[in-house]
Design a protein around this ligand. Structure first.
Ligand code: NAP
Length: 318
């Protein structure tokens, strides 16, 4: 495993993290034993960065992750767990209450890194209100470091302007070989700020690292059946990208997932992909995305293949 420093925190984290939204009904990992095996595979592979959220599985993810780390005997100082508060719970009082709940679920005395999961959408909560609540938690030692997920940069700027003594160390946005919007402005912003950019859905929810027969797409029972990537209009294009990913993978004796993640590692040293997994073997495989690099020409071939995509998010029937 390769390691890097998380933003300006001084914390050493693995270049590949583990996303644990999968520990929920959405993705189907609901048994403790299965979650523990996934976390164990991560720890054995040198992964020490874990991503969870207040919302995942209505708390199941935080609970299963915390319990697994405890029962595996992993020390608090040997890991970094990132959790997030949903946009609807970002009033000052709700931030404090939600952190208390997350701490109990995780079984921790303090949260390593706390993010606002997305901006408040259905409530009017000024950005300074949650920025100052986050800062108070750091000052009081209940949270060590903070960041933002899925916020437009104008809001990131506003959030940072409300802070007095600390700054944002982590940004978390969707970024994968097929969906590259964050590359336009968030990536240079993170590099300039010295923050880490945690890339979520780094495998495009699996859509760019394996091929599913078109007729089987509709059988997906999990979260993906709603994802525009899995709509035939997009999926047929993604299969062309997959063929290119597979070609590069075969050349290096790697797997498509390892190539898709390696491509992100090469994009910038601030990018930290956090792939989710429903099986321990996937975690081990994904950890093998680090420790090697494809050639510039192969990186470029994938870049060009992805630039040819014309994905649409308007996939409703007429
Ligand atoms: N901040 C945010 O708003 C936000 C949003 C979404 C996600 N996240 C975080 O980011 C993490 C990852 O994102 P994601 O779960 O949306 O997407 P992802 O990591 O791109 O895809 C995960 C899925 O890809 C498949 N997969 C994993 N490893 C594989 C391998 N080696 N070969 C083939 N397929 C593989 C698995 O599918 P199967 O289920 O079929 O096994 C797995 O469930 C989440 O767990 C969560 O922690 C954050």
């Amino acid at each position: 495993m390769e390691y890097t420093t998380l933003g300006g925190t001084g914390l050493r984290v693995s270049r590949i993290g583990l996303g644990t939204w999968q520990f929920s009904e959405d993705w189907g990992v609901t048994s403790y034993e299965r979650a523990k095996a996934i976390v164990e595979a991560a720890v054995e592979s040198g992964i020490n960065l874990f991503d969870t959220a207040f919302r995942y599985g209505q708390g199941l993810s935080e609970r299963l992750l915390g319990r697994a780390l405890r029962e595996l005997g992993v020390g608090y100082d040997d890991i970094v767990v990132v959790t997030k508060i949903p946009g609807e719970l970002l009033s000052r009082d709700d931030v404090f209450r939600a952190v208390d709940v997350s701490l109990r679920r995780l079984g921790f005395g303090a949260i390593h890194v706390l993010l606002a999961h997305w901006p408040p959408l259905w409530r009017h909560i000024p950005v300074c209100e949650y920025a100052r609540a986050f800062e108070r938690l750091v000052v009081m030692g209940k949270v060590h470091y903070i960041g933002l997920s899925d916020h437009p940069l104008e809001l990131v700027e506003a959030f940072r302007s409300c802070l007095s003594r600390i700054d944002v160390d982590v940004l978390q946005y969707k970024l994968n070989l097929a969906e590259r919007e964050a590359e336009r402005d968030v990536l240079p912003y993170a590099e300039d700020l010295g923050a880490s950019l945690m890339a979520w859905s780094p495998l495009a929810k699996g859509a760019i690292v394996r091929s599913v027969e078109p007729e089987r797409l509709r059988e997906l029972r999990d979260y993906r059946r709603l994802d525009p990537l899995y709509h035939p209009v997009n999926y047929s294009q993604l299969m062309k990208l997959y063929e290119e990913v597979k070609r590069v993978a075969d050349k290096y004796g790697k797997t498509p997932a390892q190539v898709a993640l390696n491509w992100l590692l090469m994009l910038s040293d601030v990018v930290i992909p956090i792939p989710g997994a429903t099986r321990p073997e996937q975690v081990r495989e994904n950890a093998g995305a680090a420790g090697w690099r494809m050639s510039w020409s192969d990186w470029r071939a994938l870049d060009e293949a992805s630039r040819r995509l014309r994905l649409t998010y308007v996939v409703q029937e007429e």
